[in-house]
Ligand binder design. Structure first.
Ligand code: NAD
Ligand code: MG
Length: 378
């Protein structure tokens, strides 16, 4: 069980919910780190009184330092500050809740200190899964999933012999555009894409949930995390987000983990594992009033991003880093109003055609693949 926690990405959706969970469990947040949100970081620092508050943006960090001059909170900036927060000796646990490939270096730094890693930052595993997991084994850092599907799989796998697993089944809400045809997606606006039916999340993952790239990234994340080949991972559309994922065993028994859609539950389990703690914050699941649960197949022709991610999973090597780098670049351009919704998949596909894949990559190969994929997106 965790007691002292550093939160990388504390001002984001996962970061803020993590702070709620930590406070409710009586744990201590010893360091907080984020990108540039000065005001929110000041509020968090005053409320949670960490030893260290970091903003990656140097100007924002300078501003924060002035604002927190009357407190005992140390303020640092830049990548150096982010790494200090990752390795702060008083933390036994790091919550990796930065968004995107930016999370890779700080997460690796925390792993090398042997800390428990509550991992929300899926892009890190998509890009560099085998390397990250190897380091975690070498340094004795336990990685516990925060992503709701992976937490569900983890819970359904616990206590079972992995050789008896027939397949992992990830549930997918289908996002806001479920059931629509390609033509209808052409004129989707940023505002449309940011409206998710079941979850309130950061902008990048909300767009990924609308394109179904999020599910594709999650398939790759699951493949690495549980060392299961992609052929043994399936995606099922489940609009209600009550079943968070399932494991099918060789005797055809299927175990599911259920709960109200609330990220505070998987966050909490990553912190309390191997125990559970009573939660006042998480809404109990009211089975008698939650309505029917439905299941269907994903439409891979309309939601090309999921098909491309499955292809990258099969290819292996740096394909995940290329897929992810191109997607991060394309989503940023979509959010900036520069490209259309359907262009995201087109740009990712083009990057996958153009950037050569390296098998058994080094960290440098992965960083190069990421860079080349971003450049191809423009
Ligand atoms: P968010 O955009 O709300 O928050 C991201 C956080 O990272 C913020 O604190 C931001 O300041 C910080 N950040 C971003 N770029 C940075 C940089 N370059 N340097 C330093 N800090 C930086 O995102 P989120 O929704 O909280 O998601 C975080 C991660 O968790 C993502 O990888 C996402 O896929 C994953 N995740 C989120 C949810 C969810 O419900 N929000 C669910 C499952 C997984
Ligand atoms: Mg998820």
């Amino acid at each position: 069980m965790s007691n002292h926690v550093t939160i990388l990405g504390s001002t984001g959706s996962i970061g803020r919910q993590s702070l709620e969970v930590i406070a409710a469990l009586g744990m201590e947040a010893v360091a907080l780190a984020a990108n540039s949100s000065v005001k929110r970081m000041e509020e968090q620092a005053r409320q949670y009184k960490p030893k260290l508050a970091v903003l990656a943006d140097e100007k924002a960090a300078a501003d924060l330092r002035v604002r927190l001059a009357d407190t005992n909170v140390q303020v640092l900036g830049g990548l150096g500050g982010l790494l200090e927060a990752a390795v702060i000796p008083s933390a036994d646990t790091a919550i990796a809740a930065l968004v995107g490939m930016a999370g890779l270096r700080p997460t690796l730094a925390a792993i090398r200190e042997g800390k428990r890693i509550a991992l929300a930052n899926k892009e890190t595993l998509v890009c560099a899964g085998p390397l990250v997991l190897e380091e975690a084994r070498d340094y004795g850092a336990k990685i516990l999933p925060v992503d709701s599907e992976h937490s569900a799989l983890f819970q359904c796998l616990e206590g079972h012999d992995r050789r008896e697993v027939k397949r992992l089944i990830l549930t997918c809400s289908g996002g806001p555009f479920y059931g629509k045809a390609q033509e209808e997606l052409a004129h989707i606006t940023v505002e449309d894409a940011l409206r998710h039916p079941n979850w309130s999340m950061g902008a990048k993952i909300t767009v990924d949930s609308a394109t179904l790239m999020n599910k594709g990234l999650e398939v790759i994340e699951a493949m690495h995390l549980y060392r299961v080949p992609v052929e043994k991972i399936s995606v099922v559309i489940h609009r209600e987000s009550i079943i968070h994922s399932l494991v099918e065993y060789c005797d055809n028994a299927v175990l599911a983990q259920m709960g109200a859609p609330d990220m505070r539950l998987p966050i909490q389990y990553a912190l309390t594992w191997p125990n559970r703690a009573a939660s006042q914050a998480v809404t109990p699941l009211d089975l008698w009033n939650c309505g029917p649960l439905t299941f269907g197949s994903p439409d891979l022709d309309t939601f090309r991003c999921l098909a491309l991610a499955l292809e990258a999973a099969k290819t292996g090597g740096t394909a995940g880093a290329i897929l992810n780098g191109a997607n991060e670049g394309a989503v940023a351009r979509f959010l900036a109003g520069e490209i259309g919704f359907l262009d995201i998949a087109r740009k990712v596909e083009r990057a996958m055609e153009r950037v050569p894949v390296v098998q058994n990559p080094t960290m440098q190969d992965i960083l190069d693949a990421d860079q080349a994929a971003r450049e191809s997106v423009g």
